[in-house]
Design a protein around this ligand. Structure first.
Ligand SMILES: [Zn+2]
Length: 322
């Protein structure tokens, strides 16, 4: 009886944090473990396209904080916010967080009207495959939580700091983070000078984590399905031979397929990586024609069964490509 009462009481007090995507919900849970955190999209959904159903609207209607990726990825969130009738979580309000604020965006078109395909007119929104970007995302979520729950702002800042340290250790290995500090390592990695600096200081052997595990991916020729991987590619040095999609969001033409086949054999691409929510029919045909192996990579947390949180998500991508 007392337990039931306490459960209802604490539920009523807990913040409702509604995130558009699973990776955002995973981060929000780390920063605010006591909040009710939900993700509107599942890992098996294509994050570009989701129907704003009444069930999703009901979630947004009672949200204290709404967290989205932004950069034009969630083509469905504007309609959802318009219909949910919760003015506190609209863009510009205290209850709204654009998680990618401050992330260095890749592939920003010089001229939007002439951009190839309209799907990514604000630049490439798939920022979460670079673990460094997750540290900015965690800070943005902590700031938003602090706005709607100021009495716990310091707790959210602390939790975000702990999460960022965990990201550093997962990316560089705990040993090197202990020796050089996560901030310095992150700055070097962001500037693209990590490898040369470590070599100069004879510290290459002390690099651990995802960067050490993913080292064989450097220069490895891979075909991807959709342009959702530039951030991963930049961090891990994978060589992109081409994309199965001709333009983002548009199925490939026969001419594009032929061109890709030529590139694949010229560059020796042995792997075609298909995000779990994309159709693998064309990749399989390309694989049969070239002998390249088709692998499924998770697009987000929950995209494949083993990717239960952000850490196993990145583990899964690296393992699939290796
Ligand atoms: Zn996309």
């Amino acid at each position: 009886m007392i337990l039931t009462f306490w459960f209802l009481f604490s539920r009523a007090l807990a913040l409702d944090v509604v995130c558009t995507l699973p990776y955002l919900a995973d981060t929000a849970k780390r920063v605010a473990p006591s909040a009710n955190v939900v993700s509107l999209a599942r890992g098996t959904d294509d994050p570009h396209f989701l129907s704003p159903t009444p069930a999703l609207m009901a979630q947004v209607a009672k949200a204290d904080l709404f967290v989205e990726n932004g950069l034009g990825l969630e083509l469905w969130s504007e309609r959802l916010l318009d219909s949910a009738g919760n003015p506190q979580v609209r863009p510009g309000q205290n209850g709204y967080v654009k998680a990618t604020t401050g992330v260095p965006v890749l592939e920003v078109p010089a001229d939007v009207s002439r951009a190839r395909g309209d799907l990514h007119a604000e630049g490439n929104p798939h920022v979460w495959t670079d673990p460094l970007n997750m540290k900015i995302v965690a800070d943005n979520i902590a700031t938003g939580l602090g706005r709607v729950d100021p009495s716990n702002a310091a707790v959210y800042t602390q939790n975000a700091a702990a999460y960022k340290k965990k990201i550093d250790e997962a990316l560089f290995g705990a040993d090197l983070v202990g020796y050089m500090g996560g901030d310095l390592l992150s700055r070097l990695a962001a500037a693209g000078t990590l490898d040369t600096t470590l070599a100069k200081k004879r510290l290459t052997a002390r690099l651990g984590g995802w960067l050490a595990k993913g080292a064989p991916l450097k220069g490895k020729p891979v075909v991807f399905y959709h342009q959702s991987w530039p951030y991963f590619i930049a961090r891990f040095g994978v060589k992109v031979v081409g994309y199965v999609e001709d333009r983002p969001g548009i199925p490939p033409t026969a001419a594009h397929r032929d061109q890709l086949l030529g590139l694949m054999s010229a560059q020796g691409a042995s792997v075609i990586a298909v995000t779990n929510y994309n159709n693998d029919r064309v990749p399989r045909l390309l694989g049969e024609a070239t002998g390249a192996k088709v692998v499924t990579v998770p697009g987000d947390v929950g995209g494949v069964s083993g990717a239960t949180d952000y850490f196993s998500f990145i583990d899964g991508i690296i393992a699939a490509l290796l």
